[in-house]
Design a protein around this ligand. Structure first.
Ligand code: KG4
Ligand code: ZN
Length: 327
């Protein structure tokens, strides 16, 4: 089965084609970072307008790269939520219109399920069951994944997400928005033990996270004139230590020996290396998508749509709806 995926939940416009036999045939993405940079965050109306401009171009490029003719597409998947309402609508309208024109089924996909299963695009792919650590701009969740659609939320952040803490800390140091990756680059030049930041919630039992206090500690360190590279390095270390403690706990609790890292922050190199060590020590294995499949992309949406369409699911043919909030 060959499924075309569309992702427009936030500020990346993306189209990919996934073949259940041959794997990814094309994975096109256009980032709107330049459109929003001067506003210090994503402007929903501008995001939706830019998706409308870019979707047809990405579609043409994806079809050309795949070498497929239109009648070789067996289904269309799109991100139906959660995300920015207007942005989601553009992708849903495009995908459902395309499916209708092709006479193929369409399926709305949960964006976070895309992140959760993105590492199935890699070789070797993790087998079920596994523990997933989802770390993105909006979510910090530990999830027991027993199969497609079989998810148990074990713990999450009660305030800021990890990516949000990275972005807010980066902003405090004038690193732009979203500054997670820039902060991590700056951290390479700093000392990881220069400043002792809190490891929030680790003294308490359970799998709940909290990162807003850490962001405040960063603000204080910046205000006190600490070297920015040291702040970045010490902050990154505090985040990694905190995640590792909870991940170990969740692995003990579930008895799983496979860990999957997912979401934009999974692109963070020191985090990836540390978790590789941790899993090697435990005699388990860690899986993560290639960096370009960690951040928002349409490949993960095409993958989930393919798995679910193959299992017989599909949208109603007429109309469409999206869900800005979708637990
Ligand atoms: O999953 P994602 O692309 O978007 C959603 O939130 O759904 O995640 C984006 C987040 C941003 O907060 C960004 O700063 C962060 O991932 N991020 C990173 C790195 N690359 C992206 N954070 C830390 N280190 C990185 N290398
Ligand atoms: Zn995302």
């Amino acid at each position: 089965m060959r499924v075309l995926g569309v992702e427009t939940s936030c500020d990346e416009t993306a189209i990919a084609i996934y073949d259940t036999e041959a794997g990814l045939l094309t994975n096109r993405i256009h980032s709107q970072t330049d459109v929003h940079a001067c506003y210090g965050g994503v402007v929903p109306e501008l995001a939706a307008r830019d998706h409308v401009r870019k979707l047809p171009l990405l579609f043409a490029a994806a079809m050309a790269e795949s070498g497929l003719s239109r009648d070789m597409i067996d289904g269309v998947g799109y991100t139906a939520g959660p995300g920015l309402q207007g942005a989601l609508m553009t992708g849903a309208a495009f995908a459902k219109g395309l499916a209708r024109a092709l006479g193929r089924p369409a399926l709305g996909v949960h964006h976070l399920e895309g992140h959760l299963l993105a590492s199935l695009l890699e070789i070797p792919a993790p087998t079920f069951p596994f523990l997933a650590m989802l770390v993105s701009g909006g979510h910090t969740q530990l999830i027991a994944v027993a199969g497609v659609g079989d998810y148990v939320l074990l713990g999450e952040s009660i305030d800021d997400a990890v990516g949000e803490a990275f972005d807010k800390s980066a902003k405090l140091m004038g690193l732009g928005y979203p500054g997670g990756a820039a902060l991590s680059r700056l951290a390479q030049q700093g000392r990881r033990d220069a400043i002792h930041f809190p490891r929030p919630m680790v003294d308490r039992p359970g799998l709940t996270f909290s990162f807003s206090g850490l962001k405040t500690a960063v603000a204080n360190a910046v205000a006190a004139g600490s070297d920015h590279a040291d702040v970045a390095a010490s902050f990154e270390q505090a985040v990694i230590d905190t995640l590792v403690i909870k991940i170990r706990r969740a692995l003990d609790q579930t008895g799983y020996d496979r860990l999957v890292l997912a979401g934009g922050v999974a692109a963070n190199r020191p985090l990836r290396e540390r978790l590789r060590q941790v899993m090697a020590e435990r005699g388990g294995a860690v899986f993560y998508p290639a960096p370009e499949l960690c951040t928002d992309n349409a490949a993960m949406i095409a993958l989930v749509a393919a798995l679910r369409l193959e299992a017989g699911e599909s949208d109603a043919a007429a109309g469409f709806s999206v869900r800005a909030r979708w637990p």
